[in-house]
Design a protein around this ligand. Structure first.
Ligand SMILES: [Mn+2]
Length: 323
C-alpha cells in the first residue's frame, strides 16, 4: 500500500500513462481521471484516458479531448476509483491483470493493481488525488476543477455520511485555486432536465410506504423507461429520492433491467443494516447503502420480497460491530 507521497514518486518515475475509469462512470472516477491526466501532463509526462463509452452528457466536458488514440503506446496503467475488475468497462477487460497502480477509496477494493493506494476513510477518490496533486506541485485550476467535481458529486454536495472534515478541507483548497465551484454545484445539484423533473414527479406520486412509513419503495419498471424515453443519465442517482421523505429510514429503489431482473438500491438510517438486507439476495455494499439484483420475480413479488427483508432486518436486535 503506497502513501500519496509514494504515489507521486511512482508517477515521477514513469513517462507514458494510460488512465482507466469504471463502468457506468460517475463524477469521481471521471474527475479523478481528468485531474490525474492534467497533473501528469503538467509534470511533463504523456497521459491519456482509455475511452469510456458510457460517459453521460453532464460529465463529458471534463474528459473531452482526453481519450487515448487506439495506437497510443503507454508504459504505465493507472486506475482511479475502481474497486473490482468486474467494474472494468468492456474495452478495459484486457487490463484486468495489467494495472500498475490502483488508486481507490472503496473498502471493498479487490487488490487487482500491482501497486495500490487505497484509502477507505476518504469520502471520494478525489481526496486522494488532491494530495497527489499537491505532492507533484500540480494543484492548478485545470486539476482542481475536475477534482472538485469528483469530491462534490461523490458526497452528494457534501451531505452523505462519509463526509469528513478532511473532505471540506480538500474542497476549500480546491476552491482557493480560483475555480468556479458555484457553477459546478449549480450544474450538478440545482439543475434538472424537464424530463428528469417529470420522472421525479411521477415517482414521488407513485411512491409506496410500508412498516408505518419507515420503509419507502420507488419503482422504475421497463414500461416507464420506454414510455418516458429515459436514458441512464435521466435515471442517475434515483436512489436518493425515497430518502427525502420524512419519517422513513429505509429507502428502496427498484429498477427493472432489460432482461426483467430487478436492480435494487437500499439506503438506510442506523436502524436498518442495508448490507444485511441485500445479502439475502446475494448483494452487498455499505451499512447505509447497499444493492442487489432480484432475478426471476414479477414486480409485485420482488417488491414484497425486498420489503419483507427490510422489515425483518429492521426488527432484529442490533448486534455485532459496525460494517
Ligand atoms: Mn468514488
Amino acid at each position: 500500500m503506497l502513501t500519496t507521497k509514494e504515489v507521486a514518486d511512482f508517477l515521477r518515475a514513469h513517462a507514458n500513462y494510460l488512465i482507466l475509469t469504471h463502468k457506468r462512470p460517475d463524477g469521481d472516477t471521471l474527475g479523478c481521471a481528468a485531474a490525474l491526466c492534467h497533473m501528469l501532463r503538467g509534470a511533463g509526462k504523456t497521459a491519456w484516458l482509455l475511452e469510456n463509452a458510457e460517459v453521460t452528457d453532464n460529465y463529458a466536458p471534463y474528459v473531452d479531448g482526453l481519450w487515448a488514440a487506439e495506437d497510443y503506446k503507454y508504459d504505465t496503467v493507472v486506475s482511479v476509483d475502481i474497486a473490482a475488475t468486474g467494474l472494468f468497462p468492456k474495452n478495459a477487460e484486457a487490463f484486468r491483470d495489467k494495472v500498475d497502480l490502483a488508486v481507490d477509496h472503496h473498502p471493498s477494493y479487490e487488490g487487482f493493481g500491482k501497486l495500490c493506494c487505497v484509502r477507505p476513510e476518504c469520502a471520494a477518490c478525489g481526496e486522494i488525488l488532491y494530495e497527489v496533486a499537491v505532492e507533484l506541485g500540480q494543484l492548478t485550476p485545470e486539476v482542481a476543477l475536475p477534482l472538485y467535481v469528483a469530491v462534490s458529486t461523490d458526497t452528494g454536495c457534501f451531505v452523505y455520511s462519509n463526509v469528513t472534515a478532511n473532505t471540506h478541507r480538500v474542497a476549500a483548497a480546491l476552491m482557493e485555486t480560483g475555480v468556479d465551484v458555484r457553477a459546478v454545484n449549480k450544474k450538478h445539484f440545482r439543475t434538472k432536465t424537464k424530463k428528469r423533473l417529470a420522472l421525479e414527479g411521477r415517482l414521488l406520486s407513485e411512491m409506496e410506504y410500508f412498516d408505518g412509513g419507515r420503509v419507502v419503495v420507488v419503482q422504475v419498471p421497463q414500461s416507464m423507461i420506454r414510455e418516458m424515453g429515459l436514458t441512464e443519465n435521466d435515471m442517475d442517482d434515483l436512489a436518493a429520492l425515497g430518502g427525502l421523505v420524512e419519517g422513513q429510514d429505509c429507502s428502496v429503489t427498484m429498477k427493472e433491467l432489460e432482461n426483467g431482473d430487478w436492480k435494487i438500491s437500499v439506503r438506510t438510517g442506523p436502524r436498518v443494516n442495508a448490507t444485511k438486507v441485500c445479502e439475502k439476495f446475494g448483494g452487498g455494499g455499505h451499512r447505509a447503502a447497499s444493492g442487489c439484483v432480484i432475478k426471476g420475480m414479477t414486480q409485485e413479488a420482488a417488491k414484497n420480497a425486498i420489503v419483507a427483508a427490510c422489515i425483518e432486518v429492521g426488527a432484529a436486535p442490533a448486534c455485532g460491530g459496525a460494517q
